[in-house]
Design a protein around this ligand. Structure first.
Ligand code: SF4
Length: 314
């Protein structure tokens, strides 16, 4: 059986936002990620997926639950263990423009992690050149500033920075959402090649199911702070169980004029995570909602082997 690199148990991250209101950004989430796997995580903006990523990497402390990395609780690590964790787990951000310091040249940006962790100090420049080539840029790019690059190239710099310290697990938080469609596939292909070459494990966060299809082994669908469905990628696309997943999939255009697909249009806006509906969180928009759905929160259960869902229909 494959080894779990990451294990998340009933994780909660809530924010107090004044007037006694509590925003339940992540509200009881459990899943595992196996070594070498890519887990896609999808949901509309505001569903808590970025907060989840940031809580996994300890940018945020958690309110409840636990995150285990290689079997150790990441929120209770010793100082020494924490330093190693900060090397082993890296993040790639959505907006490469905002995540790269505009006053630093690219070589210094990439080498920051090397200096913090005292790595490759004898051959620092060679290491930076090697990383630039690894992500499809040229060694001489090290002397330029971020604004001298295109959006796709800046994301390559962000990837080189993440790889500098030889991580095992990368949280990619919407790494292609800010890029032109023509560039998105190049970045996904690069991430896939790097995964094969270096045995990396990914959590790939996106707001759209079409973006995670090819890169993910399994996909989790998040809605208002909870994962509502999780399955192998092919299974999720072919046999989605949760009405929310079915609606998300129906919105993806099929590039074949002969195939007609009925789009499921969701009524209403995403409710606020500070004012959650009773019962099932999706009941205000679900075309199948019943009295039971309005009163009782559905359990998270394995409806078919490896296919998990939270819905009273199963
Ligand atoms: Fe819809 Fe009810 Fe299932 Fe929620 S539990 S998704 S409201 S059918």
């Amino acid at each position: 059986m494959a080894e779990n690199l990451v294990e998340v148990n009933n994780l909660k991250k809530h924010f107090t936002i004044g007037d006694g209101l509590v925003l339940k950004a992540v509200d009881g989430v459990s899943f595992t990620i196996q070594k070498g796997e890519t887990l896609g995580l999808v949901g509309e903006s505001g569903c808590g997926k970025s907060t989840l990523g940031r809580t996994l990497i300890r940018i945020y402390d958690r309110n409840d639950g636990e995150v285990l990395f290689k079997g150790k609780n990441v929120h209770t690590l010793s100082r020494k263990e924490g330093r190693q964790f900060n090397r082993d787990v890296q993040m790639i951000f959505q907006d490469p423009q905002a995540s790269l310091n505009p006053r630093m040249i690219v070589g210094e940006i990439i080498a920051e992690g090397l200096d913090i962790h005292s790595l490759y100090q004898q051959n620092r420049a060679e290491r930076v050149a090697e990383l630039l080539e690894l992500v499809g840029l040229r060694p001489e790019h090290a002397k330029r500033f971020p604004h001298e690059f295109s959006g796709g190239q800046r994301q390559r710099i962000g990837i080189a920075r993440a790889l500098a310290v030889d991580p095992e697990f990368i949280i990619a938080d919407e790494p292609i959402s800010a890029l032109d469609v023509s560039i998105q596939a190049q970045i996904v292909n690069l991430l896939e090649d790097l995964q094969k070459e270096k045995g990396l494990t990914y959590l790939f966060i996106a707001h759209d199911l079409s973006m995670v299809k090819h890169i993910s082994n399994r996909i989790g669908v998040m809605y208002l702070g909870k994962i509502v469905e999780l399955a192998e990628s092919i299974e999720l696309y072919d046999k989605p169980l949760h009405p929310y997943t079915q609606a998300l999939l129906s919105a993806i255009p099929i590039p074949d004029p002969m195939v007609k697909k009925e789009r499921i249009v969701l009524r209403g806006e995403l409710p606020s995570p500070a004012n959650l509906p009773s019962g099932c969180r999706f009941q205000t928009r679900c075309p199948h909602a019943t009295e039971q759905c309005r009163a009782v929160e559905p359990e998270w259960k394995e409806a078919q082997p490896g296919h998990w869902v939270a819905c009273h229909l199963y």
